[in-house]
Ligand binder design. Structure first.
Ligand SMILES: [Fe+2]
Length: 464
């Protein structure tokens, strides 16, 4: 090597060392390394996909919140042989009186697939904090489930959410759901951050896999509401087979109470539940200035009364702060549009999926950058949310394992394992958050943090 070449190599090495010294102040990359195993979908004849017995038996039963405050529930189910009944019978645990609610029926075709009869029924005017039984079906093939309504909305109402994303229907997906079900922290409702069935990974987006997914998760979602976010695997845009209407299977199968929050589409909406105000956004609908989603969010954020619902939580699919090399910066354009609002309104937590791994950020923002001023590095910002990527449900596409090195400063903790999380809100100021990897026992917490509410913290700070 020439002298010039040696100098050049030395210069590069020095730069690399300096770079590492400057940048390597990040958080923790977990030392736990999951065994590399292929993620495989459960076969169609798996127990978890079993069709319930009986002629025209209701299947794929699922519930979600049906209004803005938690006094309504949307019950959905599918019948296959014939339409059957649209009616849901329901009664409070301690009541002998059975009420009836009438739903509606829909079907759709997707290429060479025709769906079963999809029923949606909203039950309204429920009492808060009450266990209800509900019955779907008709004649000899009825099925009964139950749910508990949330307490009345209020600032100090404790409530526990589960967090699941990118679930799919692999053996790992089943492990994730089982771990959530057995977690002693006991989630009362799931905040689901998008990518449900992964049916679109099959030839012609084989919609049979939408049916199997719904039968698989019924054991949980028939008993507690899952709050839905649309991911890229819900788009099902397939012009090559003549399917050009985005979100067709998803919108036929999953209903959300978007009108109750003044939204004009089911992809962005909000609900209140206990002490939380949850805003669901769509990474795959237009979000630029003047778009319906932009206008809705701009009007929505000032409506959040933190004295009533101190915990402001946003769900979206594509993360803004992500230090894996999968989907790196895919959330960037939405971040540019909305991050100043999140800081201004002191959003507490942002949950996203999409990246098939786990990551928790520091409280950071990157709102100062204006193209020419060079201030393009995220900075610590106590008004900013914590960003959590929880796309580790365990779908067929497998884990995201390659990370940006060194770990950027904005990343507090990251690990490439499948799992789920829980957010246990204690009162207006404190919430206990934990992440649970599937390899551990049900009670083991692999990442934990106490969150202090952004709004009430600000008040505390200003009074001390
Ligand atoms: Fe995704």
């Amino acid at each position: 090597m020439s002298a010039l070449g040696t100098t050049f190599v030395l210069a590069i090495l020095t730069a690399a060392v300096l770079n590492a010294a400057v940048l390597c102040n990040g958080g923790v990359t977990s030392s736990f390394v999951r065994k590399v195993e292929k993620t495989v979908d459960m076969p169609l004849d798996s127990d978890v996909f079993k069709v319930p017995p009986g002629y025209n038996a209701p299947q794929q039963v699922h519930i979600t919140q049906g209004d803005h405050v938690g006094k309504a529930v949307i019950v959905s189910w599918v019948t296959v042989e014939e339409p059957g009944s649209n009616t849901v019978l329901y009664w409070a645990e301690k009541s002998a009186h059975k009420n009836k609610a009438k739903g509606s029926l829909t079907r759709y075709k997707f290429y060479n697939y025709t769906s079963g009869f999809i029923h949606h029924c909203t039950i309204r005017n429920l009492e808060h904090e009450t266990k209800y039984y509900y019955e779907v079906g008709i004649g000899n093939t009825t099925r009964t489930f139950w749910f508990t309504t949330p307490p009345e909305v209020g600032p100090d109402v404790p409530y526990t959410f589960g967090l699941i994303g990118d679930l799919g229907q692999s053996y790992d997906s089943n492990r994730t759901l089982t771990h959530y079900e057995h977690n002693p922290i006991k989630g009362q409702a799931v905040l689901f951050v998008g990518d449900l069935s992964y049916a679109d990974n099959y030839p012609n987006h084989d919609n049979v896999r939408w049916d199997t997914w719904a039968r698989f998760v019924e054991r949980n979602v028939a008993y507690q509401p899952w709050i839905w976010t649309a991911g890229n695997h819900e788009i099902d845009f397939a012009p090559e087979i003549g399917e050009t209407k985005p979100f067709k299977p998803y919108t036929h199968r999953y209903r959300v109470p978007f009108k109750a929050s003044g939204s004009t589409a089911p992809f962005w909406y909000s609900i209140k539940r206990a002490s939380a105000y949850i805003i669901v956004l769509s990474s795959y609908s237009a979000y630029g200035k003047y778009t319906p989603q932009y206008n809705w969010l701009e009007a929505e954020l000032p409506k959040v009364n933190r004295s009533e619902t101190p915990w402001l939580i946003v769900l979206m699919h594509s993360p803004w702060y992500n230090s894996y090399n999968y989907h790196y910066m895919e959330g960037e354009t939405m971040r540019v549009m909305y991050e100043p609002w999140f800081v201004e309104y002191k959003v507490d937590l942002v949950f996203a999926g999409h990246v098939h791994a786990y990551e928790r950020s520091e409280r950071v923002s990157n709102v100062a950058y204006n193209i020419v001023n060079g201030i393009c590095t995220p900075v610590n910002d106590q008004s900013a949310p914590v960003y959590i990527t929880i796309g580790d449900g365990g779908n067929i596409e497998g884990l995201a394992t390659i990370m940006t090195e060194p770990q950027p400063k904005y990343s507090a903790f990251r690990e490439a394992s499948f799992g789920h999380a829980t957010l246990d809100i204690k009162n207006r100021t404190h919430a206990y958050y934990s992440w649970h990897r599937n390899q551990d026992g049900f009670a083991v917490k692999a990442d934990t943090v106490w969150f202090f509410n952004r709004f009430w913290r600000q008040i505390d700070d200003s009074t001390t």
